[in-house]
Each structure stands twice: as C-alpha cells, then as structure tokens.
Design a protein. Structure first.
Length: 94
C-alpha cells in the first residue's frame, strides 16, 4: 500500500468541481483546496491519472498524481494533522 496524492491546478470552475467530486467519491480526503490523499496502490495512481486526464484541459490545467510510501508520508514535515483516506472514505490521522 502507498499514499496516493493528487494535486491539481484547474482553471475552469465546473471542471474543478467535477474533479473534486470524483476524488471524494473514490474515497480521497481533501487536505487542501486542490490536494487529496488516500491509501491505495500503484494501480490506483494510474487509474486516477487516466480518469482525470480525460477531464482536464492539458493546455491550461496541471495534474500531478504521486505514489508515496507510508514511511515517506509519515516522515514528511508538515503543520496540522496528517490525514489520509482509507478505502472506505474515512480519515486516518497519522
């Protein structure tokens, strides 16, 4: 298992809301306005990337999907609780 992190910069409000809705329905937890995390696999990362790539405008928008090991995520430096979504959409605070 890894922590899948999705980061985006989408200019169109409707597309941005659609992407946010899809991520939340897939069990992601929003940790900032355009940053979402959940536990998953490398396959999860690839699936999310393919799905969102069909929605966003590659000439105007940016999308980054990261697969981060639990160890690296836990050892990252941050302020505030580190929350990741589990496969059932709940939050796990690390």
């Amino acid at each position: 298992m890894v922590v899948v992190m999705v980061v985006y910069d989408i200019s169109d409000d409707e597309v941005r809301n659609l992407v946010a809705s899809k991520l939340l329905k897939m069990g992601f937890t929003r940790i900032q306005k355009s940053v979402y995390v959940r536990r998953g696999t490398l396959g999860t990362s690839r699936y999310v990337f393919r799905l969102l790539s069909r929605i966003i405008d590659p000439l105007r928008d940016r999308l980054l999907v990261l697969s981060i090991s639990d160890r690296d995520y836990i050892s990252s430096l941050s302020i505030g609780p580190k929350a990741i979504g589990d496969t059932h959409g709940g939050n796990i605070l690390l």
